[in-house]
Ligand binder design. Structure first.
Ligand code: SF4
Ligand code: SF4
Ligand code: SF4
Length: 263
């Protein structure tokens, strides 16, 4: 009998929303015909975190010293590592306040509480290990999970999306909330794949699928548009940081826009 592909799904610091999204899919049952789930605590309490796997899906940001060790161990044990969701890929919304110190944040949220783990500032998985593929979104789309998994199962490699939400938004014929209502929509710099879900409901994109690459996304142009629409520097930074706090040049870019210095 042909050997089944071995899969692991691991959670770091997260809301568990990504794995919940996938665990609720009926297709998971079909998956079991071709794959063995070696580790997925949400589905099986007796999961084995130390076992070798073909594909490791990692959800959550690296937010403790223990998680640093865990991701290294997962990498050693896996042929393919997939970062799942905004927490794992961009550090998630828990990276938002990275202009504050860990001590300050800890005091604000937990006061004098003592814990058994060693906390640290939330960071993307890629900061510590090589990531082979990414499932973008908060949470990612079910279709992306199925597509990636199905492609891996047949021994091929899934393609990436490298165009912005605006493209899908225009194709859907949505009214533009940025140009028509002056709302701070991050669609121009955000990776497509959600079929412009939020603008379709007249809600500005907050960028949950992350930037289409920090080197190619036009943060500066968009910051200028936001400035023209009346947003302050702090408002623009706050908005852009929600899912892009680890863009190393973000503050510099926005500062320059407000200094009137040409990029
Ligand atoms: S990416 Fe979003 S849905 Fe997934 S674990 Fe993080 S906060 Fe939850
Ligand atoms: S609403 Fe947002 S995503 Fe849609 S076209 Fe305008 S800026 Fe782009
Ligand atoms: S429109 Fe933006 S915020 Fe909404 S789901 Fe798509 S990427 Fe995420």
């Amino acid at each position: 009998m042909e050997e089944k592909i071995r899969i692991g799904f691991y959670a770091l610091t997260s809301c568990y929303g990504c794995q919940l999204q996938f665990a609720m899919m009926d297709e998971i049952l079909h998956l079991l015909l071709n794959a063995e789930i070696v580790c997925w605590y949400m589905l099986d309490r007796d999961s084995a975190e130390d076992e070798p796997v073909d594909i490791a899906f990692i959800e959550g940001s690296v937010s403790t010293e223990e998680e640093v060790e865990l991701v290294k161990k997962i990498r050693e044990n896996a042929k393919i590592v997939v970062a799942v969701g905004a927490c794992a890929i961009q550090g998630g919304v828990q990276s938002w306040a990275n202009d504050k110190s860990l001590e300050e944040l800890w005091k604000t949220v937990y006061g004098d509480a003592k814990v058994k783990f060693k906390p640290k500032m939330a960071e993307p998985v890629e900061k510590y290990i090589k990531v082979d593929y990414k499932l973008y979104g908060c949470p990612p789309e079910k279709k992306d999970f199925l597509y990636a998994l199905g492609t891996f199962l047949i021994g091929s490699w899934p393609e990436d999306i490298d165009y912005p939400v605006c493209l899908e938004c225009r194709l859907r014929g949505n009214p533009c909330v940025l140009l028509e209502r002056g709302e701070p929509c991050l669609g121009p710099i955000t990776r497509a794949g959600c079929n412009a879900r939020c603008p379709a409901y007249s809600i500005a994109c907050v960028g949950c699928r992350g930037a289409i690459g920090y080197d190619v996304a036009w943060f500066d142009s968009l910051a200028r548009v936001f400035k023209e629409k009346g947003l302050t520097k702090e408002e623009i930074l706050r908005r852009m940081k929600i899912f892009n706090a680890h863009n190393p040049k973000l503050e510099e870019i926005v500062n320059k826009v407000f200094e009137g210095v040409k990029e």
